[in-house]
Ligand binder design. Structure first.
Ligand SMILES: [Zn+2]
Ligand SMILES: [Zn+2]
Length: 181
């Protein structure tokens, strides 16, 4: 787990040009996002915008000037929404996406609807409540591996390597539940 350290929250509404305001120490900054699960133990997620990350990760920027991520004027850092609903709205973007609750640490840049952070811990995963198999409307009971991703499935469409919720919690070390949509 990351240390709770000094935070540098900046209130800005776009990538650059605004005055930076240091509002001092904050306890923690929660966020919400969606991702694909690509590995369970250790837990590895693949995000929509940021490549892959583990349960506890520090962001690295690969730009030439080697600044600390996140950086104003760059797109680096871990992205998350403030509101759960903004993230859950993205679950229909692709089959097999899960809702992810994160805690953000380190340097954080606050934007209008979400934030970019230097450090991110995954707190919990929520699986959509319906099976990801096309035309199936059965309830989710497990996570099953297909090629390079894990997807929520019903009993009928589980793969032979499927894991139920308690097995998933034991394997990933994070809280896992089923989201009602
Ligand atoms: Zn950068
Ligand atoms: Zn199904």
């Amino acid at each position: 787990m990351a240390q709770i350290g000094e935070k540098y929250p900046y209130q800005i509404n776009n990538y650059g040009g605004n005055q930076i305001e240091d509002i001092g120490l904050i306890e923690v900054s929660n966020g919400w996002k969606v991702a694909h699960i690509i590995h369970l133990n250790p837990l590895i997620l693949s995000g929509l915008s940021h490549g892959i990350y583990s349960q506890s990760e520090v962001s690295t920027c690969y730009s030439r000037d080697q600044h600390v991520a996140p950086f104003i004027g760059c797109a680096c850092g871990f992205y998350s929404f403030y509101e759960k609903s903004r993230a859950s709205d993205l679950l229909t973007y692709a089959r097999g996406l899960v809702l992810v609750k994160v805690e953000n640490y380190g340097k954080i840049i606050f934007h209008t609807y979400g934030q970019r952070s230097q450090e991110q811990d995954i707190i919990s995963l929520s699986l959509p409540n319906k099976c990801s198999k096309i035309f199936c409307s059965n309830n989710t009971t497990n996570l099953s591996q297909f090629k390079n991703k894990y997807k929520q499935r019903c009993d009928k469409h589980a793969s032979n390597t499927s894991l139920n919720l308690s097995a998933l919690r034991a394997n990933t070390g994070v809280d896992i539940d089923i989201l009602a949509l």
